[in-house]
Ligand binder design. Structure first.
Ligand SMILES: C[S@@+](CC[C@H](N)C(=O)[O-])C[C@H]1O[C@@H](n2cnc3c(N)ncnc32)[C@H](O)[C@@H]1O
Length: 262
């Protein structure tokens, strides 16, 4: 029999010690405060397999099967990108700036964190979630259903499945240049879907295709570090102007707001 205190002692000086505490909380079904106060309790031996996964570099969120986004819990697994805090800035911007009753398409919905949050925060919007990955779309569906959000789903390469008119496009597209993927942390590089990370050599390939098919809708995009100028040029080449750029908490230009000229 292994006790909670024995497991915690093994990781006292380890960078994953907080993750171990959370996994102990999950497996006991108690809050971490309870874990700290009950070191003498026996722990389910299945904790070892969970810790081994974390030691092998798997993100904590995939092991726990959940993460938080915009103060709500989202199911996650390795079919979809783990929602990032920066993406809350994109969602906040769209919540504030979408016209009443707008038809909104989220391109590359992944976990559904953007589309589900928009549908819940702005019940007047008609929200669609598109993803080219059927596997990712299954995660969107699971979160949509768990939150009882009204979001219509479609498997779609960029906007190919959009038949009707739409007013707003929102996307956190894959934007990492292919050659940068090797430099990412193992948690990201070896565990998150490659298709969610990079669209190709430049990093802007999906962004270019979004503007090429945006048909006059307002476009709200999350972008990568140092991409603002390239995105501005792409937008202009497709008859769009950049109305504003929102920086993230680190001061990095993160969200591009754009609309068609004229
Ligand atoms: C960076 S992830 C964003 C996921 C989620 N929206 C979020 O913000 O956490 C990009 C998503 O775009 C999808 N994707 C990649 N290429 C695509 C394409 N050509 N058309 C539609 N979706 C695409 C990926 O499958 C992935 O789910």
């Amino acid at each position: 029999m292994t006790t909670i205190a024995e497991v915690r002692a093994r990781f006292r000086d380890d960078p994953i010690r907080r993750d171990v505490d959370l996994l102990l909380a999950d497996i006991t079904g108690k809050p971490t405060a309870w874990v700290f106060a009950h070191g003498d309790e026996a722990v389910d031996p299945r904790i070892e397999a969970l810790i081994q996964r974390r030691l092998a570099g798997e993100p904590l969120q995939y092991i726990r099967g959940r993460t938080e986004f915009y103060s709500r819990e989202f199911y996650v697994d390795d079919r979809a990108l783990i929602p990032r805090p920066e993406t809350e800035i994109l969602v906040e911007t769209v919540i504030q700036q979408s016209p009443r009753g707008a038809r909104v398409i989220d391109i590359g919905s992944g976990s559904g964190c953007i589309s589900v949050t928009l549908a819940l925060e702005r019940a007047d919007l008609r929200v669609f979630a598109f993803d080219a990955s059927i596997a990712a779309l299954a995660v969107t569906r699971r979160n949509r259903d768990a939150h009882r959000a009204t979001v219509r789903l479609a498997a779609s390469d960029v906007l190919d499945a959009a038949s009707a008119r739409f007013d707003v496009i929102v996307s956190n597209p894959p934007y990492i240049p292919a050659s940068d993927v090797e430099t990412l942390a193992t948690e990201v590089r070896d565990h998150e879907p490659h298709m969610a990370l990079t669209p190709g050599r430049e990093g802007t390939e999906v962004i270019e295709r979004i503007y090429a098919s945006a048909r006059g809708a307002r476009v709200f995009l999350e972008i990568g570090y140092g991409q603002a100028e390239a995105v501005r040029r792409i937008a202009q080449s497709h008859g769009y102007r950049v109305d504003g750029i929102v920086r993230d908490l680190a001061g990095i230009e993160r969200v591009v707001i754009s609309s068609p000229h004229g």
